[in-house]
Design a protein around this ligand. Sequence first.
Ligand code: EPU
Length: 420
Amino acid sequence: MDDYKLLITGEIPLTGDTTVSGGKNTAVAVIPAVLLCDEPCVLDNLPDIEDVRVLSDILLSLGATVTFDSVNKRMTIDPRGVTSCTVPYKLTQKMRASYYLLGALLARCGEANVGYPGGCAIGNRPFDQHIKGFQSLGAEVTEGGGMICAKGSLHGSTVFFDRATVGGTINVMLAAAKAKGLTVLCNAAREPHIVDLANFLNSMGGSVKGAGTDTIRIKGMPHLHQSHYAVIPDQIETGTLMIAAAATKGDVTIHGCIPTHMEALTAKLLEMGVSVTDMDDAIRVRPIGPHRAVNIKTQEYPGFPTDLQQPMSALLCKAQGNSMVTETIFESRFKHLNEMLRMGAHVRIAEQTAWIEGVQELHGAPVTVTDLRAGAALVIAGLMAAGTTEIYEPGLIERGYEHIERKLRHLGANIRREPV
Ligand code: EPU
């Protein structure tokens, strides 16, 4: 239970300039990837968020030397002292991406014993495709006592994923980067953070080709050398800020982002009647007229991202007309809409589809955060609502958004903390 709640007094248009932080889902892949290296690495543009701090603790527990300068967003990791290949459950249960330690430690030590991962409760989250990939590379994988153990001397192989999986693609890329010979990943995920991880591995002397397409070829390298690398900006934070600007009919320019990563969201905002202007590394969002309802179906990249479905469906609660939102990636990603019923939203949910009838006004109410992106969605709901919204369990939002309250306040939002 968090000892504070967030209070948001809504209906204030956000205005001004803000800068997006480094990508969470990239950072959580690139940090474990340093374990593949034989020398120290410097990572820049890391977001100062809970998941990054947890990974730093995990690397320290393994014997690495880690320093994080949260002002300059720089982490220095020296993996040479790593003596352990075991990560206990008490550390892994704090986040989903702790399962990347399996691929990274397997590559480094030929053995990994990692507790089951935690992460957001957004549905059943199997990792059979990760295990299938490790087995295909020659690892023996066993499970028991809350631990997953993978062991073996790895060799290149062809892995055909039954479905595109971000985590599976990243984990098998990590394992394959030092395996003997060529690994080919078919039906691989194409998200920008997969390209970023490939770029990082290549910056250490790795050989990864095809990232960003559905076929990735990895030639294993026995040694990887030091690298100084900056991770890409967070496309989900960028999208959340774009939606927040639209939700308040504000005029906001988001700097430091990559507009081409945002095309699915930009297209939907334009379809709703929001003005979106792309610049080299910035996006400006302004109102033009009333928001129209639109239909959304989440898909793998470059389709509409599931991580933005929650903030976007919050926005649609005040659009003119009826929207249909279909979630195809995770089965429990509508909990924020149930909370928003208390704020006057008109929503009906049946299995993987939410039917949203836009209302003229939402009103502040007490609501509870159930997962990271639900938290972002409820912040957006609060920004749109008349009166004051009380958001309980807001700590979950800090897992993935750096200084979100400070950023929104800077844009004029009335958002504050109060003890509970
Ligand atoms: N799946 C399987 N078997 C597997 C792996 C995945 O059936 O072995 C299924 C999942 O159940 C899901 C689908 O495949 O239905 C896609 O899952 P994916 O593996 O792509 O998701 P993930 O790696 O668990 C990452 C992000 C999520 C993001 C998804 C989809 C990280 C740490 N997490 O999760 O981010 O929603 O990809 O883009 O990168 C978030 O940031 O809030 C978040 C949940």
